[in-house]
Design a protein around this ligand. Structure first.
Ligand SMILES: Cc1cc2nc3c(=O)[nH]c(=O)nc-3n(C[C@H](O)[C@H](O)[C@H](O)COP(=O)(O)O)c2cc1C
Length: 224
């Protein structure tokens, strides 16, 4: 691992939008980041429902996630995602740039403020995880790592998906926004004339990468 490699925690929870997390992982690997990945149990149910796949478990590496992304691209679940670029070269996204941890693994570096993690993304973020983070109830590694980001005043990007939103959910978002988190709902725009679902996914992933200051080539920028 190079000393300059940007370290990002990617937490995947049980809100709808498995494709966002897959595309995010692929894009961050393509940019040369070192990812610390953790998935909730409910997210596994969502993956089964939405892409017909079982996500990798603790100990998985970059190639395991890229293989899954390839399956999604090839329409393994009967969907045509139409991502507009070519897949990541496995030689570029080599093993060692992704470390996956178990949900209860508090020995993971992301569980401590001493780790040199630059940013964390919860994508997609369920209302349950949003509530836990908003209330400092750190009962799993995702909640704890998010807590750490907030107390260390480091970037925490939450990508909630729910509609409509109840008052408790809205208040949790306000609380998190006041605490320094960025609330980035999975609300793709349509003004960039998307050609398919891949473009809608990329709209959100591009915004996440921008906030992490990670270079990418997803979609056209407005005015360019
Ligand atoms: C297929 C499926 C889709 C779901 N979609 C959402 C959703 O969009 N937003 C949400 O907040 N919860 C959604 N849920 C419910 C959450 O998964 C559930 O509240 C769970 O307890 C969240 O746990 P987690 O935060 O540990 O992942 C969904 C569940 C399933 C099985």
């Amino acid at each position: 691992m190079s000393n300059t490699q940007k370290q990002v925690v990617v937490a995947v929870t049980g809100a709808s939008g498995a494709a966002y997390s897959l595309r995010l992982v692929e894009t961050l690997l393509n940019a040369g980041c070192l990812l610390h990945v953790v998935i909730s149990n409910a997210a596994r149910q969502v993956f089964a429902q939405e892409v017909g796949l079982t996500p990798p478990s603790a100990g998985a590496e970059a190639k395991d996630w890229l293989t899954m992304m390839d399956q999604v691209r090839s329409g393994s679940h009967g969907q045509d995602w139409r991502f507009q670029d070519t897949p990541v070269d496995p030689a570029v996204a080599s093993a060692g740039r992704l470390r996956q941890y178990g949900l209860s693994d508090f020995n993971a570096s992301a569980a401590s403020g001493s780790a040199q993690v630059e940013g964390m993304v919860v994508c997609p973020c369920s209302m349950g995880t949003l509530a836990a983070i908003a209330n400092g109830a750190s009962s799993n590694l995702i909640h704890r790592a998010a807590d750490v980001q907030l107390k260390e005043r480091r970037p925490l990007i939450l990508v909630p998906r729910e509609t409509p939103l109840g008052l408790i959910q809205l208040e949790n978002m306000v609380r998190l926004g006041r605490s320094g988190a960025t609330i980035m709902p999975a609300m793709p725009g349509f003004y960039h004339e998307p050609q398919g679902m891949g473009d809608l996914v990329d709209f959100i992933v591009a915004r996440i990468c921008d906030h992490l200051h990670v270079p990418h080539s997803l979609g056209r920028r407005w005015g360019s």
